[in-house]
Design a protein around this ligand. Sequence first.
Ligand SMILES: Cc1cc2nc3c(=O)[nH]c(=O)nc-3n(C[C@H](O)[C@H](O)[C@H](O)COP(=O)(O)O)c2cc1C
Length: 296
Amino acid sequence: MIQIGNVLLKNPLFLAAGCAKHPDGARKILASPSAALVVGSITTEPYGVDDGDVLWCDGARSVTGFGFPNAGIDAWQSDLVELAAAAQEAEKPFVVNVAGNSVEDYLNLAERAFVAGADAVELNFAWPCLLSSRLVKHSFSDDPAAVTELLRAARHRFAGKHGDLWLKFSPMQPTILEQMAAAIGEVGGKLVTAVACCGPYPRTLFLEPDGSSVVGSDSFGQMSGEVLRPIALGQVRQFRTLLPAEVSVIGIGGVSIREHVDQYLYMGAAAVGLTTAYQVGGTSVFDYLFAEEVTA
Ligand SMILES: Cc1cc2nc3c(=O)[nH]c(=O)nc-3n(C[C@H](O)[C@H](O)[C@H](O)COP(=O)(O)O)c2cc1C
């Protein structure tokens, strides 16, 4: 068993956010070898149009340029309660990933997820929601001061009542990452039990031979898969060195064979998540990843 805060995982591998965008997708994951059920990201208002066209992937690298559509927390609410019960029966921790527009919005979403029965709430800090002076949106991942403010507010609101918070970051420059780790150490208290890295690398351009972007003629894409793994491994190792021992690190990015999982564990990750390989291979990815049963 692997312990992350109050969450127990039977094995170190789970399907990360983006694999269960709908309750039906979540039920499929409950029946899979994934060690946890992670749903979301879920926002307060419905976001985007889900026409199934969410991913460009060549088998190893993936690019999403469409945002991650979701029906919003009101549409999810009753399913969250049912999924929490189903996850408990399946002996899998239930993790709800939320994406807010502000400190208040993140915490409201987290509270609703906890009340519905989430064992942990993952805050998607890769979500671009903060306006800079140039009116370009950036994310909490870019902004240690904003994360500090959010953690202070979270402690005030949840301490003693709810846990565990997992913080999911985009890839960060070392100086920003150090400031994030310091903020979590100083303000995270017992509330933050894990850091998940990484979300996709933002604003990349994968180009077709004619020069257009693979996700739309003139659109940036968010990059995941094979190309993210060296970056995410570096983030895991840096975080593991800097964070207090009681905060676990979860490695995500470009996992498609057993060796990749082992690399993350070797760099100090307590558990490992994957999304792109699941989008490509479905639950058969587990047969491919692990011929034998996964053991902790
Ligand atoms: C199609 C797709 C949808 C995703 N949706 C979400 C999401 O809603 N919330 C989130 O935090 N991350 C989301 N991600 C990011 C993944 O959870 C993961 O952090 C990233 O893709 C790196 O892992 P991978 O290389 O195994 O895909 C999504 C990724 C993909 C490819």
